[in-house]
Design a protein around this ligand. Structure first.
Ligand code: ADP
Ligand code: LRH
Length: 484
């Protein structure tokens, strides 16, 4: 009998429970539960509904019991940068404000009164994004200093859910790096920076690596879900998990190309983790905190085995998700696959710069795209298909520019782009990406994030001897489409 491992992967748009098993080195998945996610307005802020998410987490766990498939371990990953504060009784203080809320407006300037953007990048290697935890904490310091000073602990969202499951508070390394308060050299909190910024030092404790056993389920959770298991930390940052599951064939040799060594071993890996965000980059063994890297706005996120994900955050499919919702509200409901198909029939050439702040949290994405095109003298889409085409073409253009920056900075030439995550199902976008970058696109697996979450648990349980073996198993266990 194989062991079951449970990944709870919660993205900004949806969450799912996936059971994984390994047999003769091949990984199999079973999706047992799925739920919607999104930010909601609470007390004037865009927030995550963490109570309802925790309810969904337990509902999916109950499904394991109902199926008689009890996992030996489980782990949770979510989006990055967001956190909750807890009081001395372990109770949450306030809402879990989300990264699209505008409380961080102007907080970059407040942080730069303490440390220049240049010095901050040199110390942390993290790309400036106005929603990074460092700016969110500054917003709290400015607006709710009492909440910050009352807080006994700070837990990132997946750390919080792990705490709710086990009663054990741990701060996991990969997600902690997205706070912009961790040193890529010491690979722990940068206490000097934290002190300079005036954030309470006690909120930042030792960091735990993926593969660490956080604990077992509390009695109350066991009684509710009907089983007990170990909670093993995955790379709790979803992008960290997704990149673990980029399929890399052993020796870089792909099926059907056994004689030619395609340059896509770990070293020459180029990936896009495609979901609400498109995270495009490569892996480095040491962070690049140079001025050139800062100017290109590339980031060095902490990864499994202390690898660095050297990547750029691109606004991603959030733009199409928003348009899809707006169309549905206006009585024009389409699936993502339909929007892709409709877009592929259009000839419109207009492009928007996806990473412009105007697309981060607009009242209406449709209007934001149209307004940009109008102001820049480009053709304005009149139909849903044309609007989708503008978004997909703009993303592909962004990917092209990012590859050029990555190749210039790393001095490498990448042979192929590996697209993983839900967005790898967007066939039209895959074709546009192959065309715009001039590289072969390998698309899949769509559930890379959950798979990466499982891999950390499986490696810890010695199903695989390390990440290279696990990535090779992903390569031969899942279907991958090729676009030339
Ligand atoms: P997240 O984890 O950030 O919530 P996912 O990795 O689940 O996101 O990816 C969801 C996105 O994948 C959707 O917003 C959609 O744009 C894209 N997607 C999923 N399935 C398809 C499909 N069949 N055709 C086109 N796009 C798809
Ligand atoms: C993707 C992601 C990304 C972060 C963003 C906040 O889900 O974790 O890596 O930058 O959400």
């Amino acid at each position: 009998m194989e062991n079951y491992y449970l990944a709870v992967d919660i993205g900004a748009s949806s969450g799912r429970h996936i059971l994984g098993t390994v047999k003769d080195g091949t990984i199999s998945l079973e999706e047992i539960y799925r739920f919607e996610n999104g930010m909601v307005k609470r007390n004037g802020h865009l927030c995550w509904d963490v109570e309802s998410l925790f309810h969904e987490i337990k509902m999916g766990m109950k499904q394991c019991a109902a199926l008689g498939k009890i996992p030996c371990s489980m782990g949770i990953d979510t989006w990055a940068v967001d956190f909750v504060l807890l009081d001395r009784d372990g109770q949450r203080l306030g809402d879990a404000v989300g990264y699209r809320d505008d409380r961080t407006k102007g907080m970059d300037e407040k942080v730069y009164e303490v440390i220049s953007p240049e010095a901050l990048y040199e110390r942390t290697g993290i790309q400036k994004q106005i929603f990074n935890t460092i700016y969110q904490l500054m917003a709290m310091k400015e607006e709710q200093p009492e909440a910050l000073s009352c807080a006994e602990s700070l837990l990132m969202i997946p750390d919080y859910f792990h705490y709710m499951l086990t009663g054990v508070k741990r701060q996991e390394y990969t997600n902690a790096t997205t706070t912009q308060l961790v040193s890529p050299v010491t690979k722990t909190w940068d206490y000097e920076l934290i002190r300079q910024l005036g954030y309470p030092e006690k909120l930042f404790t030792g960091l735990s690596m993926p593969g660490t056993v956080a604990g077992t389920l509390t009695k109350a959770v066991q009684d509710e879900v009907g089983f007990n298991c170990e909670v093993v930390l995955p790379a709790t940052h979803d992008t960290g998990s997704a990149v673990m599951a980029v399929p890399v064939p052993e020796n870089g040799k792909r099926k059907g190309h056994e004689t030619e060594k395609i340059h896509d071993t770990d070293d020459g890996l180029l990936y896009i983790s495609s979901g609400t965000w498109s995270l495009m980059g490569t892996e480095l063994s040491e962070a690049d905190c140079s001025a050139e890297s800062r100017k290109a706005n590339l980031t060095n996120e902490g990864g499994y085995d202390y690898r660095f994900r050297y990547l750029k955050n691109i606004m991603g499919l959030w733009m199409i998700q928003s348009v899809k919702k707006e169309l549905a509200a206006a009585g024009e409901a389409y699936s993502f696959a339909e929007l892709c198909r409709m877009a592929s029939k259009e000839t419109i050439k207009s492009i928007v710069p996806c990473n412009d702040d105007v697309f981060l949290a607009p009242e209406s994405m449709t209007e934001a795209v149209k307004a940009y095109l109008r102001e820049s003298g480009q053709e304005v889409p009149e139909t849903a298909g044309a609007l989708a085409a503008v978004i997909y073409n703009s993303l592909a253009q962004c990917y092209k520019e990012t590859v050029e920056e990555l190749e210039a900075i790393t001095g490498r030439t990448y042979q192929a782009v590996n697209i993983v995550g839900g967005g790898s199902n967007a066939e039209y976008l895959n074709r546009l990406t192959a065309k715009a970058t001039g590289k072969t696109v390998y698309a899949g697996p769509g559930e890379a994030t959950a798979i990466g979450n499982l891999l950390a648990q499986m490696i810890r349980a010695e199903e695989f001897q390390g990440l290279a073996e696990a990535r090779a198993a992903v390569y031969h266990s899942f279907e991958i489409s090729t676009y030339v």
